[in-house]
Design a protein around this ligand. Structure first.
Ligand SMILES: [Zn+2]
Ligand SMILES: [Zn+2]
Length: 163
């Protein structure tokens, strides 16, 4: 920068920064076209400019870092969301399976109970039928014995109950 020369003034270096016109000027510029303009020596301006640039750079870096951490956070949130969706889904699957097992067990139990009741009813009925048959056999036997007992007497008087 110190090696640059003024275009308007021969062999004059651009040693000043004209803050009003925002440009570099030489000593002669400040005595002519830029007379009265506020100017600083470039040597003074450069460190400030460097400082300003480094501050801007720092802020930009800080912003990038913040954005990065926000992005990481968002990604992590997303991952957490995915994870909770998965957990809820697994929980629902578990409940569904438990319900299915419960229903199956209930069904089996009901079927078993119905079969037991049916068997009980059938047995009761069979017993009743057996009892009836037994009674009928008894009655029939008694009738036969009556017939056997009475027929000889009745045949005498011309009657006959049954052969
Ligand atoms: Zn000049
Ligand atoms: Zn000026």
């Amino acid at each position: 920068m110190e090696d640059e020369y003024c275009e308007s003034h021969l062999r004059k270096r651009l040693k000043f920064f004209d803050q009003m016109c925002d440009q570099l000027v030489c000593r002669d510029c400040l005595l002519t076209d830029h007379q009265g303009h506020k100017a600083t020596k470039v040597d003074n301006v450069v460190p400030k400019a460097k400082d300003r640039i480094s501050r801007i750079k720092h802020n930009v870096e800080l912003e990038i870092k913040t954005n990065d951490s926000k992005r990481t956070e968002a990604k992590s949130d997303l991952a957490n969301y995915d994870l909770s969706v998965q957990i809820v889904r697994e929980e629902l699957d578990k409940i569904h399976q438990e319900l299915a097992e419960c229903i199956e067990e209930l069904t089996n139990e009901t079927v078993r109970e119905l079969k037991r009741l049916a068997a009980q009813a059938r047995e009761k009925q069979q017993n009743f039928i057996r009892e009836l048959e037994k009674n009928m056999r008894g009655l029939y036997k008694r009738e036969r014995s009556h017939v056997r007992l009475w027929n000889p007497c009745l045949s005498i008087s011309g009657f006959e109950l049954r052969k």
